[in-house]
Design a protein around this ligand. Structure first.
Ligand code: IPE
Ligand code: IPE
Ligand code: MG
Length: 251
């Protein structure tokens, strides 16, 4: 679903963030990398609160990529523990704040304990109607497209669909975020300017914002800077500038 319509106050409806720079933040303070990840969780809490205040519809956070398994075993293990612990300690608060939590990614690679926690947490918040909080864990944009293809292929095999039914909208409907608007604003902290296999299909018309600020230092001011940069841009979706100007004039 392409977001031709913006939220009334000009805020992005869906913000997707690559929370990068935890390790370098810790290293700059001569701390172990895990301390950076812990500080990163604190930033997540603040940004979630802020999105609730600003009535943002969807916040998608990249927490662990399908490539992050390549890190040292100890760091991966600590990240998993931090993930389990945070889910456990925050779920009641999410519930109270009317937040609907969803974890996207290949969850089959996680321990049974983590998988159960995820199912429980999603169930506990499934009827909430406020912020949609999407956490990407063991997620890869290539994986998302692949799982959509597999689902479609199974439907073709069973006769539910035919090859000529494959359209862009059908593929969108099989992506893990099919029921959500596509991201309007993509933010990456930590200075790198790449997508690192985050939401590939969904970012087709997203506005990109990169900042040097490391994720643990990313605060309300940094977030407001990103939103104000977004608001200053003209989204043309292939049209000319004049067409967009005219369509925004009252009749
Ligand atoms: C992002 O911070 C968090 C995860 C990938 C889990 P990094 O750990 O990548 O931090 P840097 O890039 O090493 O500073
Ligand atoms: C991207 O960060 C993944 C997450 C933030 C979870 P990385 O730090 O893993 O990305 P690369 O390896 O520098 O591209
Ligand atoms: Mg990094």
């Amino acid at each position: 679903m392409m977001n031709d319509l913006m939220a009334k106050n000009g805020n992005p409806r869906h913000i997707a963030i690559i929370m990068d720079g935890n390790g370098r933040w810790a290293q700059s303070k001569f701390l172990p990398r895990i301390m950076g990840h812990r500080a990163g969780v604190k930033t997540v809490k603040k940004i979630v609160e802020f999105c609730v205040e600003e009535e943002i519809e969807v916040l998608s956070l990249f927490a662990f990529s399908s490539e992050n398994w390549r890190r040292p075993k100890k760091e991966v293990q600590m990240l998993m523990e931090l993930f389990i612990g945070t889910l456990q300690s925050q779920i009641d608060k999410l519930e109270k704040n009317n937040i609907k939590l969803r974890i996207i990614g290949d969850k089959s690679a996680f321990s049974d304990k983590l998988q159960n926690r995820i199912v429980q947490a999603e169930k506990q918040t499934e009827n909430n109607t406020g912020l949609n909080l999407v956490v990407a864990a063991n997620y890869g944009g290539h994986w998302d497209i692949t799982q959509a293809f597999l689902k479609i292929t199974k439907k073709i095999e069973s006769g539910e669909l035919q090859a000529q039914d494959i359209t862009e909208s059908l593929i969108s409907q099989h992506m893990t975020t099919s029921d959500l608007p596509e991201p309007d604003l993509f933010i990456r902290s930590g200075g790198e300017q790449r997508i690192s296999n985050f939401l590939l299909w969904q970012l087709a018309y997203t506005e990109f914002y990169f900042t040097e600020t490391l994720w643990p230092d990313f605060d309300k001011v940094a977030f407001l800077d990103a939103i104000s940069s977004f608001k200053s841009r003209q989204r043309r979706f292939g049209r000319t500038s004049e067409q967009v100007d005219n369509s925004q004039k009252p009749n």
